[in-house]
Design a protein around this ligand. Sequence first.
Ligand code: 5AD
Ligand code: SF4
Length: 438
Amino acid sequence: MNERDSEALACLLEQAGYTEVADEAEADVMIFNTCSVRDQAERKAIGKIGFMKKLKSHRPDMVVGVVGCMAQNHGAELLTELPVVDFVAGTDQLHRVPEIVDGIRRERGRVVADELDREIRPELDAHRYGGVCAQVAVMRGCDQFCSYCIVPHTRGREKSRPIPAIVDEVRRLVDNGTREILLLGQNITAYGVAEARRAGVYKPAEFSALAELLTELNGIDGLARIRFTSPHVHFMNDTFIKAIAELPKVCKCFHVPLQSGSDRMLKLMRRSYTSAEYLECIRKIKAAIPEVNFTTDIIVGFSTETQEDFEMTRQVMREVVYDMAYIFRYSPREGTKSAAEYPDDVPEEVKHERNQILLSDLEAGAAERNARFRGRLQEVLVEGVSKRNPERWTGRTDLNKVVNFMPSPDVHVGDLVNVRITRTTANSLFGELCQQNG
Ligand code: 5AD
Ligand code: SF4
């Protein structure tokens, strides 16, 4: 979401007459888009922002701003702690950044803009066109309040954009060459839920505005693929699963955050599902769709997590078989329920050790998981020259596997091509081009 916000903000600044420079030493305006989800992210940002002191001492007219979750989380405090900062603009104030920067360049002074908004500003649909893949934010905020998570505090209540606005945005992208879109929402399966609740039409067992949105997008000519992230098990009903199974352009990839396989941990985390409910949801997906790529998020070392709890996580991970997982060590965030009420009592070494164990579990199966593609024909969306080997081209399959192949003059960036897989490693697939699909 931050990547997407940074892109939209860059566009807004370009519309206001600014241009991007390659070297930060030449910039008149420097804006840090920050994340608060773990302490490490905040510390990294503070370190980097502090570094600007030297640059600014040579160029006193430079404007330095902090936007995003840290700006929302700490607001005016950041101005006190970081004298180099001229303005902070929170998660719902990005659209005001060009005006704030102009004001500071005219009259100096320092600005704090951290009000949360009930609406998503339409200006934020701006894109830097030209890429094969683009991100589209369909909703913002989160109402889940998982006990460890700062996001509901920094990004505010859930709000979804209307389907026609999203369809318009995707059409514009496709008109400008985009072939694949990644739909974004902190809890994307809650797309439209807050609005439906307010209208009194929310029926949890069958409501899925996301299924409706995906159906609309699936009908856009020229669009080849649709991805989405991140769903939440609690909202993944049959309507949603059926839509994914039936819509040909929707990739069969599910990033389903598990967080923990222990019911005691899940309860403390306020995740609103048990490990059995999670596994039941995965079972339904597997039954509805022949081949699926599952990925997940895991927190190790959450408050009071025992070796037994941890082993339960490993057990669920073995049952699901994930292609990839993001593993995080628990980091208490001030303002959250867990930081206030539960001890951070798992020693750092144990968190680290559990992290390593899960990473090696995943690595152990990676080569084997990719080997199943050997000899098979895969449809690949061509992304262009490989960064590792300029002689090769790369693209990705529906299941998000990177495929390397030798180019041919009639294959272009953005094409869907058939590639016969000849060799696989733990990280990627290699193959030969077959006839083109168009
Ligand atoms: N500590 C560690 N990991 C966290 N995440 C969210 N909050 C925390 C925290 N306080 C992880 C969750 C979430 C992902 C985006 O970040 O796994 O799914
Ligand atoms: Fe945070 Fe939970 Fe919302 Fe995800 S669903 S953003 S972990 S509160």
